[in-house]
Write a protein of this length. Sequence first.
Lengths: 68, 190
Amino acid sequence: MKIILNNTPETLDGIEKLTVDELLKVKNFSFKMLVIKINEKLVKKEDYATATVKDGDNVAIIHLISGG
Amino acid sequence: MNNYREILKTKTVGIAGCGGLGSNCAIALARVGIGKLIIADFDVIAESNLNRQYFFLNQVGQKKAFALKENITRIDPKIVVEAHDIKLDPDSIVSLFKDCDVVVEAFDQAAMKQMIIETVLGKMPGKPIVSGMGLAGWGKNNLLTTHKFDNLYICGDMETEVSEDLPPLGPRVGIVANMEANQVMELLLG
């Protein structure tokens, strides 16, 4: 399937849909502190195991980094 | 656009945190004549903050929110400043910033950044939020950029986390703080 991940087109071969947790694993996101949006809608941490990403979705995965 | 000050003086910006990002961002917005700033921080100025935060040696020990209000007023007394000595949480973010045209995230801790971004995106639909992320150390000017995710704007390199080897310092924190202010201007003026 094809998605937009952080404003960049991505192709995930052989996958039709997956949960946010699975996407984090596939893309090797290791940071604990994240803000995730699918199609402009916020996905809360407790929903990472159930919220699904499918073909055509626009996904933002933002690492939260300390400093200010 | 010569009438930018006419437009900006009708606008209100909320700034969450009055440290390296918040103090410098507030001062930049004050200099261009923003109408009203709502600023919030619970902390007290330490001497170690003076490497990047817009305060002065004789203000060490003062509450950051109130000292920042004083500094803004010294630049332009016409700017209305609402200063809150408070540790922000989701409820106070919604109540303090509900009438702001834009909210600026200016915290230092990642957990707080996550909390305000989730609060604004989740509970304040349509409200633009400008965040500063990745600003530690020095140099690497060209990594500093702005990423847009709908109404969330992130200024910084999105990489460098503050650590013992990568302290937050005036030049790079100041750049990101001014990027945030510049992004606010673009949102308000088009």
